[in-house]
Design a protein. Structure first.
Length: 58
């Protein structure tokens, strides 16, 4: 079963749930920036590799 929600950490240490269906792209630059389908950008502490692993393990 595909995991549709990711628990991630914003730069100010707040936790946030992201619906994977809303993710348009993820950039590592060097901070990890998630761009949602509506154009909103989120910077998170988790690396690109960690996020990919979370999605694959879901």
């Amino acid at each position: 079963m595909e995991k549709h929600m990711l628990l991630l950490t914003k730069m100010d240490t707040r936790k946030i749930l992201i619906n994977t269906r809303c993710i348009q792209t993820i950039e590592s630059n060097p901070d990890t920036v998630i761009i949602l389908s509506g154009g909103r950008k989120l910077i998170v502490k988790e690396s690109l590799e960690e996020i990919v692993k979370m999605i694959q393990e879901g």
